[in-house]
Design a protein around this ligand. Structure first.
Ligand code: FMN
Length: 314
């Protein structure tokens, strides 16, 4: 298998799609990759579910992705290694989730709960790095409730991770308030591995504010939902200093939504009803003259080819 280095990829393209549960499936990640995301990471996946139940999930498959990072959560270093073996060649690199604030995850002492004990974080990364013949990356928040980010970041670096992504909030904050980019900058100054800053990045102005000064790369989450074009726009701005505008946004969004559906049909053809309805709402958000498309898609339960027909007709 060809070796992929996330650190190297970031040097030529610093814009990464954030992992988002129930949003960034392999079809969506592929469209974002095509639009210019440097790379993407899968939705979070439980090491215990993989190892104990041997569940096969589209979320850790590589599909047609050129670069595939698979995100794992759990708390036992050995189980992480077994799960990474189970995922196998689907992953070019493994990303460890130390940020999820959800009670179902923290209740099992995983995700952001591990930020309370930086040594545990280091142990998981170090075991994986020694076990795997591929890079390991980590995604953290600033702490659980207390700020532990500097200790955690040092542990991640010393344990041999190749890249660290930081969402500038504590787990207790969930998504409230604004991301603390001063803290992200402090980490940037404190470690030598590439740092991806994350939190509230929405516009070209945010690139000016944060890229280079606060972080080596930027991770985009909510602003990319239904909007893979953001990667084309960010790349263009980064290269030229000019903003990219679209003459026919409706047409572009329609084409992208069709690409998304075709990709989804290849990898998740089963019962995708609710997912398609949500994605169609996101892809067409703020676009004028598409109410009728959304209405038709939302009527009853439809297969992917039926939805494709509706979108094509308009
Ligand atoms: C719906 C949703 C699902 C998410 N799922 C994950 C996940 O599976 N793994 C993860 O590390 N972060 C997850 N996150 C957090 C995002 O990756 C990101 O850190 C956060 O949204 C902040 O970035 P943003 O302000 O650009 O959205 C999720 C966020 C949202 C909104």
């Amino acid at each position: 298998m060809k070796k992929v280095s996330p650190a190297k990829l970031l040097k030529s393209n610093p814009f990464v799609l954030a992992p988002m549960d129930d949003v960034t499936d392999i079809a969506f990640r592929k469209i974002c990759e095509d639009m210019g995301a440097s790379y993407s990471i899968s939705e979070l996946t439980s090491v215990d579910a993989l190892v104990r139940d041997k569940v096969t999930l589209a979320r850790y498959e590589r599909g047609n992705l050129k670069v595939s990072g698979v995100q794992l959560f759990g708390n036992n270093p050995e189980t992480f290694c077994e799960a990474a073996d189970f995922v196998g060649d689907n992953a070019d690199f493994i990303d460890v989730n130390f940020g999820c604030p959800s009670a179902t995850v923290t209740g099992n002492d995983a995700g952001s709960m591990l930020l309370k004990d930086p040594k545990n974080v280091g142990e998981i990364i170090s075991k994986l790095v020694k076990h795997l013949d591929k890079p390991v990356t980590a995604k953290i928040r600033l702490g659980y409730s207390k700020m532990t980010y500097l200790d955690v970041a040092k542990e991640v670096e010393d344990a041999g991770a190749e890249v660290l992504a930081v969402h500038g909030r504590t787990a207790k904050q969930k998504y409230t308030g604004v991301a603390n980019w001063d803290a992200i900058s402090e980490i940037h100054n404190g470690i030598d591995i590439p740092l991806i800053g994350n939190g509230d990045v929405r516009s070209e102005e945010d690139i000016d504010k944060y890229l280079g000064s606060h972080a080596d790369a930027l991770m985009i989450g909510r602003a990319a939902i239904g909007n893979p074009l953001i990667f084309e726009q960010f790349k263009h701005y980064h290269k030229t200093g000019e903003k990219l505008e679209y003459e026919d946004l409706k047409q572009r969004r329609k084409e992208l939504f069709m690409d998304y559906l075709e990709e989804l049909d290849k990898f998740e053809p089963y019962n995708p009803g609710l997912k398609i309805k949500r994605q169609s709402m996101w892809f067409f958000k703020g676009v004028e003259g598409v109410k009728h498309i959304r209405r038709e898609i939302n009527e009853g339960k439809k297969t992917i080819p039926e939805v494709l027909d509706i979108v094509k007709r308009f």
